[in-house]
Design a protein around this ligand. Structure first.
Ligand SMILES: Cc1ncc(COP(=O)(O)O)c(C=O)c1O
Length: 309
């Protein structure tokens, strides 16, 4: 595979093969975990809900007082450019705004930091592959609580993942592929890059608080409303997940993904159920629909602000 087909990144105002992209070891994104990001995907040459992702990215930057030094339009252009330069039809496209480093030597005053921005497009990333989705994935309900939302707001997409990473190891130790974490009162929240829905007592239930407002989650909420299927956005207990006849996790990195085993026990029949199959089909059908998707533009020269010169 040639270098560019593995992905293209935009760092320090320049496009380069993703394998050559670097950020400073002094960037507070690394030393303090101080950054926010968003991930959108491209499917068959079209961005899915790019506007929703750009809105969420802007809201996250506002919440963390970060400024990428680029307008929304410029960020959008950078994302198109990364995908078209990489020549990818199906892509995972990530954008990050970092705290950067202070411009005053020796100062720790974060108000002096010059924030950074980078983005990249790489081949599509699947949390569970389409083949795995035919049979469904296994899920573990972790004993490790999710970091409190009052401390790190999960609605602001972030890389504070040590709780999630360690919970993921716990899942692997129990031969499960996926993991979800509970909040301090035992309610299910979310997992390693996905939201969760459980079909229990004739309705879908998905946690409302302590989670990222996933764009895939939002798509599922809309699809259920269109179909007139009942949904409770609220508390989801571990017991409900264990009783559910269908369970899915939702993410930009894979869409609507069936779960057919929870804590070693089969979900329903142990096969992806009819509600899940319909949701999954309808989710992917939206990707060719102009209301939800936009074609990737061919590569073109870009105007960038002087800060990137
Ligand atoms: C913690 C967390 N929850 C949920 C999601 C799903 O969000 P989306 O559907 O917008 O990809 C993600 C996405 O990466 C995530 O990191």
């Amino acid at each position: 595979m040639d270098e560019v087909a593995q992905g293209v990144a935009f760092v320090d105002g320049r496009f380069r093969p993703v394998g050559e992209a670097r950020i400073s070891v002094l960037d507070m994104a690394l030393t303090k975990g101080d950054s926010t990001y968003d991930v959108v995907h491209v499917w068959k040459g079209r961005f899915y809900r790019l506007d929703s992702h750009l809105d969420r990215f802007q809201a996250s930057m506002n919440a963390l007082r970060l400024d990428p030094g680029l307008t929304r339009r410029q960020i959008e252009d950078v994302l198109h450019e990364c995908v078209s330069r990489a020549g990818l039809r199906d892509a995972y496209v990530s954008m990050t705004c970092t705290r950067g480093r202070t411009t005053v030597p020796g100062s720790r005053d974060i108000r002096n930091a010059r924030n950074g921005f980078y983005a990249f497009a790489v081949p599509f990333v699947w949390i569970t592959t389409p083949e795995q989705q035919e049979h469904g994935a296994s899920l573990w309900i972790s004993s490790r609580p999710r970091i409190a939302p009052e401390s790190v707001d999960p609605a602001v997409k972030n890389y504070h993942w040590l709780d999630i990473q360690m919970a993921q190891f716990e899942a692997y130790d129990h031969d499960a592929q996926l993991v979800v974490l509970r909040d301090q009162s035992g309610g299910i929240t979310e997992g390693a890059g996905y939201n969760i829905f459980a079909f229990v007592d004739d309705r879908w239930v998905t946690p409302k608080n302590g989670v990222l407002g996933g764009i895939t989650r939002q798509s599922v909420i809309e699809l259920l409303a269109e179909d007139g299927v009942a949904l409770d956005e609220g508390h989801l207990s571990a017991d409900a997940v264990l009783r559910a006849t269908e369970v899915v996790v939702t993410s930009t990195a894979g869409g609507v993904m069936p779960v057919t085993e929870v804590n070693g026990r089969p979900v329903g029949s142990g096969r992806p159920g009819p509600h899940t199959r319909r949701l999954r089909d309808r989710y992917w059908a939206r990707h060719g629909d102009d209301r939800w998707s936009t074609p990737v533009r061919p590569s073109r020269p870009m105007q960038l602000p002087e800060v990137f010169d």
